[in-house]
Ligand binder design. Structure first.
Ligand code: CP
Ligand code: NVA
Length: 304
């Protein structure tokens, strides 16, 4: 089988995502019915974390176990990765002892270099630039709740961070639109976002305008991991970029609210939205488990 990585959303095609979403539906259904399914028996996933995580670690570790395999957790603090071993050397060694690698780290370049020297598939578990596994779960959640996302409008309110960039890539791959509103100075950088063009998104200076008529309103923390030094400045700059009930009222009546979590109620989202009836944040988190099981199965076994 040809070696395939998932380092950014556009690494897979629309056809592959359609297959993965269908597999997710089936895998989730079997899991809910307590049916044992161990296609990855004896396979080992290595998870490398250079940043903190609850959902990503849990969903990959539980996911590989539920598919019959096992996971090994490495972090920068107590492995040689934190002591300057070249990422290329680490990739050679780790990929000779495992079947699959997931990495959460800083620059995208690190996962790209790792993958270039890996014998096994590599999955991006979040970088400064992208968070493809989260967007896969979010889009699956949208489909589960509302059907196809093709032609729909997603409003992105806040920072043009890893989540925003990945929504923009996903819009190109799956053919939907994104209304982006960021504070001045935090605009989308199309090259960093890895976009083919500007056809699938529109930028708004006023977040309320961005939310108008949207099928889905989504946001993320004002300060992402690794940018903590900018926290106080960002709190001031992002003050008007909170998703609140007034903003949700401008979206379509059946619009959903999403957040990848962890969230800060009272900052990027008002508590009444986060905990309100249109919020599907817990489904998004749960679907990390099932979409990633479909992804791991696909990267290791192809279409089954
Ligand atoms: N959404 C997400 O990736 O959460 P964690 O940082 O807890 O993994
Ligand atoms: N943008 C956030 C996402 C956390 C899951 C961060 O990178 O910290």
């Amino acid at each position: 089988m040809q070696l395939k990585h998932f380092l950014q959303f556009k690494d897979l095609t629309r056809d592959e995502f359609e297959y993965l979403f269908e597999r997710t539906r089936r895998i989730k259904e079997q899991f809910k019915a307590y049916q044992t399914y161990h296609p990855l028996h004896d396979r080992t996933l290595v998870m490398i974390f250079e940043k903190a995580s609850t959902r990503t670690r849990l969903s990959f570790e539980a996911g590989i176990q539920q598919l019959g395999g096992s996971a090994i957790y490495l972090n920068t603090r107590d492995s040689q990765l934190g002591r300057g071993e070249p990422v290329e050397d680490a990739a050679q060694v780790i990929s000779r002892m495992s079947d699959l690698v997931m990495i959460r780290t800083f620059e995208q370049d690190i996962v790209e270099r790792f993958a270039a020297h890996s014998r096994v598939p590599v999955i991006n578990g979040l970088t400064n630039e992208y968070h493809p596994c989260q967007i896969m779960a979010d889009i699956y959640t949208y489909i589960e709740q509302r059907g196809s996302i093709k032609g729909k409008t997603v409003a992105w309110i806040g920072d043009s961070n890893n989540m925003c960039n990945t929504w923009l890539q996903a819009a190109e791959v799956l053919d939907f639109n994104v209304h982006v509103s960021t504070p001045p100075g935090y605009e989308v950088e199309p090259e960093r976002a890895g976009l083919y063009g500007t056809d699938h998104y529109e930028e708004f200076t006023d977040p309320m305008e961005a939310a108008k008529g949207a099928d889905l309103v989504t946001t993320d923390v004002w300060t992402s991991m690794g940018f903590e030094a900018e926290n106080e400045e960002r709190k001031r700059d992002f003050e008007d970029w909170q998703v609140d009930a007034d903003m949700m009222r401008l979206a379509k009546p059946d619009a959903l609210f999403m957040h990848c979590l962890p969230a800060h109620r009272g900052e990027e989202v008002a508590a009444e939205v986060m905990d309100g009836p249109r919020s599907v944040v817990w489904d998004e988190a749960e679907n990390r488990l099932h979409t990633q099981k479909a992804l791991m199965e696909y990267l290791l076994l192809g279409r089954v």
